[in-house]
Design a protein. Structure first.
Length: 213
């Protein structure tokens, strides 16, 4: 049995969303059948709620106020790498019965991801930090700007109060992968989008910092 859960330090006060994902992993791990629990932070991919929030906010708002929860560190991962890990667990028996953290090569905040998105698209955006944690109010505001419903934005934003960085990297030894850098992940996700703002005709249209695709 393979379960994709969420990263988060269980010693801290987790949001209900993250706490429930941790609880499911613990329940599966306590059963008779061996369970492999993979724990991920933000998953970046075309159509994903987290990525769509970033895309619409950056495309539609040249100037943004960044509440405190946007600055919490996480270790986002590209959707293709997640799928590689999930399928890799099917052929690597050493993963059975273990809880493994999965993450990309970069530790970033949501603000970092927004700035990176703007860089990939070649647009200028200004984000002004504000020292507030009003996640519920922010969630409804984000829901007005983006197509992501407030019911999804709220648990995502509440979860960003908790640092979501890999505590260990055993998965990289069991299933060696080339982990996609976040700039390339954003470029690839944009190239796969079929509607909405900020679509790219190809990955070659991205403004990557190293000028490579």
């Amino acid at each position: 049995m393979i379960y994709l859960g969420g990263l988060g330090d269980i010693s801290t006060s987790l949001s209900p969303h993250l706490a429930s994902r941790q609880e499911v992993g613990q329940i599966l791990d306590s059963g008779r059948v061996k369970a492999t629990v993979l724990r991920a932070a933000v998953i970046v991919g075309a159509g994903g709620a987290g990525f769509e929030m970033i895309r619409y906010l950056v495309e539609r708002l040249p100037l943004m106020l960044g509440p405190k929860w946007l600055y919490t560190e996480s270790q986002p991962i590209y959707i293709d790498n997640v799928l590689d890990y999930l399928t890799g667990c099917l052929t690597v028996p050493e993963t059975a019965g273990r809880t493994l953290d999965i993450g990309g090569p970069d530790v970033l905040s949501y603000v970092d991801l927004m700035r990176m998105y703007a860089r990939v698209r070649g647009v200028r955006r200004t984000i002004i930090p504000v020292p507030v944690f009003y996640t519920r109010l922010s969630a409804y505001w984000v829901a007005l700007i983006t197509p992501v419903p407030a019911g999804i934005v709220l648990p995502l934003s509440e979860g960003l109060k908790s640092t979501a960085v890999c505590r260990e990297n055993h998965i990289t030894e069991l299933i060696p992968l080339h982990l996609t850098p976040m700039e390339q992940a954003i470029c690839s996700a944009l190239a796969e989008e079929e509607s909405g703002p900020g679509r790219l005709l190809s990955q070659q249209a991205c403004f990557l910092s190293d000028n490579t695709t």
